[in-house]
Design a protein around this ligand. Structure first.
Ligand SMILES: Nc1ncnc2c1ncn2[C@@H]1O[C@H](COP(=O)(O)OP(=O)(O)O)[C@@H](O)[C@H]1O
Ligand SMILES: [Mg+2]
Length: 261
């Protein structure tokens, strides 16, 4: 149940193309981090599109929810689609995804396809909520999704500039280990590295030296040591956007299945 989505940078430097895969059965949750412009959104969209197109049939049709609390221009093309929530609608979108999880957990929903939540800046979603109790509620739900949803074919994919207390640290919220995969793009500060990788990984990063700019960075999967990776160059962003658009607009089975005549 794995989907190749990113390139091994060491192989790339030797002129080889080696893909690394996300394993949805064992480690479905993903955290993208890096400064603005490091390529998080592009990389995250590529993973989503490749999952929609390449995930094995037992996970199909992929059901995507996209939340854009910051109302980034990146997502303008999704305006008005079901399962796309932006700005003030972000908390509602999160609750709706969580309710879907509960329905499957209580066997009210007996389907087994993969449902993915992508939030581009989780901290911004939390910041949109003024009530302290409601804020804590969202963080508690994130913690539950990350710890319980693996075997139920749910995947939470977050992008964040700064892995902060909104995601880690606050009681009831997530820990680094709950994300099966953590990827830090671009050159980042020591504090960010500290939050995301263990001592062995950080040692590796230090030895390797500066990794370069946009779309290149470090990936740790299943608690493994961080390794250098490169996001493939997206030559046709419109095509990629269309895969996500079609999925959110209800054309679920991209591969020509039953969802659409
Ligand atoms: N792998 C890639 N292929 C093509 N263009 C990319 C790639 N990664 C980033 N870009 C482009 O670089 C710019 C910054 O990337 P973006 O994903 O928006 O960064 P971030 O979300 O970290 O701020 C965008 O214009 C994006 O389209
Ligand atoms: Mg972005």
């Amino acid at each position: 149940m794995s989907v190749p989505f990113i390139l091994d940078e060491c192989a790339h430097r030797r002129g080889l193309e080696k893909w690394l895969s996300i394993g949805y059965a064992t480690a479905p949750h993903f955290l993208w981090s890096g400064r603005t412009g490091s390529g998080k959104t592009a990389a995250a969209k590529l993973l989503l599109a490749r999952t929609i197109l390449l995930a094995p049939s037992e996970l199909q049709p992929i059901e995507l929810t996209v939340i854009d609390p910051k109302e980034d221009v990146d997502f303008n093309y999704l305006n008005g689609l079901p399962h796309f929530y932006r700005g003030d609608e972000a908390p509602q979108g999160f609750d709706s995804f969580f309710d879907g999880f509960l329905r499957r957990k209580t066997n009210e929903d007996l389907s087994r396809n993969l449902k993915i939540l992508f939030v581009d800046e989780f901290a911004s979603l939390v910041a949109l909520i003024s009530d302290k109790k409601e804020k804590e509620d969202v963080q508690r739900k994130l913690g539950l999704l990350l710890s319980l949803s693996r075997s139920r074919h749910f995947s939470v994919q977050l992008a964040t500039q700064q892995p902060s207390a909104q995601i880690f640290g606050a009681s009831g919220s997530a820990s680094r280990e709950q994300f099966g995969a953590v990827c830090l793009l671009g050159n980042a500060g020591a504090e960010t590295q500290q939050m995301l990788f263990d001592a062995d990984g950080r040692e590796q990063i230090k030895k390797f030296g500066s990794i370069g700019g946009r779309g290149v960075g470090w990936l740790s999967m299943n608690g493994g040591i961080a390794q250098p990776v490169r996001v493939p160059l997206i030559e046709d962003m419109e095509k990629l956007n269309k895969v996500i658009y079609d999925n959110l607009s209800g054309n679920l089975d991209e591969r020509g299945g039953v969802a659409k005549p």
